[in-house]
Design a protein around this ligand. Sequence first.
Ligand code: PAF
Length: 282
Amino acid sequence: MQIFSELQALRQCIAAWRAAGQTIAFVPTMGNLHEGHASLIERARERGDKVVVSIYVNPLQFGLNEDWSKYPRTLEEDCAILRAKGVDALFTPTDAIMYPRGRENQTIVEVPALSNILCGASRPGHFRGVATVVAKLFNLVQPDIAVFGEKDFQQLMVIRQMVADLSVPVEIVGAETKRAEDGLALSSRNGYLTPEERAQAPVIYRALSQCAEALKSGERDFARLEEQANLMIEKVGLKPDYFKIRHGKDLHEPRAGDSYFVILAAAFLGRARLIDNVQVWI
Ligand code: PAF
C-alpha cells in the first residue's frame, strides 16, 4: 500500500492508474478503522480497480464542545487493517492541504434543507463541514466512485445532494450498516463506552427494529411510535436526542400512504453520542 500525505505524488499515482484504464474507488474516513470501514472497503473493491482510502479527522465538522481533539487517532493499527484489506493507496492529507488559508477562511459547501434537521439541528455546522471536506477530498483524489456507510444516513443524503447539485462526476455508493451480534451499529464512538454502557447501547437498534415492525404491520400514528421508542431508550438509561420516522427519499415528514420510510435515532450515553437508522419498505 502506498501512503501519500502530499498531493502531487498522489495525483501522479492516480493519473498513472487512470492512463492504464483503471477506475478509482474511494473511501473517505476519519480513521480508527473497524469492521464497518472494512465493509466499505470491500464495496469499493467490488466497484473499482484501485481502492484509495483517506484518513483525515476533519475539524470543520466538529462543534466547539465536541470530541475533535479527543477523537481516536490510530494510524498504525489503521494501516495494518488497510494492508490486510488490500487497499492500494492511503491518503493522509495535512491541514495545510485541506484548509490552506485556515479553517475560518475556507470556502464552504452548504447543502440546504437537509443540513439543519435531525443531526444537523443538534450539531449546527456539522453537515457544512462534511460537505466541504468531502467536496475537497473529491477534488484532490478525483475518484470515479465513492463509498459511504448507510449508518450515517443523513450524511449519505447530504453527499448525494451535494454531488447532484454541483454536478460532481463521482458515483456515490451506500454500504449497509455493519452491526455487532447484539445489533449495535459499529462506530468509532462505541470505543468511548464503558462495559456497562456498551451493554445498554443495543436498545437503540431494538427500538428502531420495534418501530420498523409496527410500520410494517400498518401502524401509522408516527408521533406515538416515536414517543414509545424514546421512552424505551430512556428506560435503559440513555438520553434520547431524537427518534424520528421520515420519508426515506428526502427526510420529509412521513405520510400515511408512503411506501418507503427511514427511522433515525440519536442518543447520548456517557461520553458518546450514538446514531443509527433502519429503512422500511412497505
Ligand atoms: O463519515 C465519516 O467518517 C466522515 O464524516 C467523512 C465522510 C470521512 C468526512 O470527514
